[in-house]
Design a protein around this ligand. Sequence first.
Ligand SMILES: C[S@@+](CC[C@H](N)C(=O)[O-])C[C@H]1O[C@@H](n2cnc3c(N)ncnc32)[C@H](O)[C@@H]1O
Length: 201
Amino acid sequence: MQFDVLTLFPEMFEPIKTSILGKAQEKKAISINIINIRDFSKDKHKKVDDMPYGGGAGMVIKPDVVYDAYMSIKNKENAKVIYLSPQGKTLNQDKVEKLSKEDHLILLCGHYEGIDQRVLDEIVDEEISIGDYVLTGGELPSMVLIDSVSRYVEGVLANDSIKEESFSNGMLEYPQYTRPEIFLGKKVPEVLISRTSWKYK
Ligand SMILES: C[S@@+](CC[C@H](N)C(=O)[O-])C[C@H]1O[C@@H](n2cnc3c(N)ncnc32)[C@H](O)[C@@H]1O
């Protein structure tokens, strides 16, 4: 699966180069391409934002730089473009699973007061929020989306854990235990011990 991320802060994406997502990229189960919107600024100081029409606090990301950054993405004809936004529909496990069926997602990260509406109207298919609170930018939400969606992509997880996990059948997962069998006087529930197939070596 291909993810292209449009952001003003590419350096924020270090965490998804490690652990399970890092390995998934090495195995080419997923590919994550980070595009710096600022590279498309024609301003000599690489400015990408400007004051909002109508007044108000904060700055708005300019439509032309976002559009040019989007246009630089290759083979985007069948990609779904998602703007991470507090005004979007809240992400849940059903939505995550649906998105995992796509071949190509383009994730647009806002910052400051947001992005000029005209470019959103032009390129965005869907707005997604990760919860009813406001963050400083769309970078963390896009990493949440990439992480949760990637877990459904073949070759990313080594085992069948998504089938049994919380939300997979509308329920939450049971508590987990491992060795030692007794920790601080608390014993692993007998029902789990009797069902355990592995044995002490
Ligand atoms: C400070 S926010 C802008 C908030 C906007 N002015 C408003 O009042 O709705 C900057 C950017 O962070 C991202 N963002 C903030 N909260 C988010 C959330 N809960 N879910 C997804 N993206 C979010 C969006 O990309 C947004 O453009």
